[in-house]
Design a protein around this ligand. Sequence first.
Ligand SMILES: [Zn+2]
Length: 334
Amino acid sequence: MTITQEPKTLQEAIIHFSNMDNCIAYMVERRWPDGIVKCPTCGSDNVKYLAKRRVWQCKTRHAKCQFSVKVGTIMEDSPIGLDKWLMTMWMIANCRNGVSSYEISRSIAVTQKSAWFMLHRVREAMKITGDAPKLGGVGKIVQTDETVIGGDPKNWHESRREKNLKESRSKRVQVYNNTYGHKIAVQGLYDVDTRQIRAKVVPNVRRDTLQKEILEKIEWGSTLHTDEAVAYKSLKDKFVHETVNHAVSYVKGNVTTNSLESFWSLLKRNLRGTYVCVEPFHLDRYLDEQMFRFNNRVKVTDAQRLSRMTQQVVGRRLTYAALTGKDAQAAGKF
Ligand SMILES: [Zn+2]
């Protein structure tokens, strides 16, 4: 297979990826950068490309000895063509405000349900893995902040409000639930030097919860910039801790959490605009998506962003059952 010319713009991508052989060549270059195609089942490189069927045949005898470039990636078992997958990935990688499953559905002519499932699988590829390097270091600044996301109970359907009242044990819990209980807390850490962000849904904003993330993801000895929330007190033995009092101002000297504030506002705008109703259960996946674009925004071209994403599709799976708790067959075929 010859080295392909990388498409640089949306228009070039549409033309380039309308050819299935271009799509396969693009994925092969990213999946097997040394050019040696290996069988995903047994690892053997003794394979033959069957050009007519666009699959490889492994010479070792075992089940699933024929494989496409999709096997062993987020696209495994998907009947949707690689051309549509690559266009979807281009859109989600490069649209700053995200794309909805309705937009994908109309753009590549698949059902909204299929588009929804595709987008969630692409988000799986955008996820930051557990072995990602820690943030900060001695003399390096890491901002930390948290926010809450969620609708207003006054917009809830009556039945949902009643359900909350019925299920809550005491008057106090009812009042709390109607004010805060439906909201989801998100904690963010931002490395000022590398401009990398880590954000995740946390069960609450109590001191031990927030500090656990900080201790796990930030190098000891880093300088922490936070607001004056009490949750961040008592970190002085492991970090240099500087605070800014948000009641007074958002910047004190070089102490600020403004980068996280702008991430929060971007996230909230997207949740409100593009992703009108996001189940709390899936919020982590939208965070993964937002983080991928945020972490790959400085000096990264659209083509490079797609390339990075496609390199991350290998070795990751997200089945319909894992995503929804339902069987794909029962829910209708994709
Ligand atoms: Zn094999």
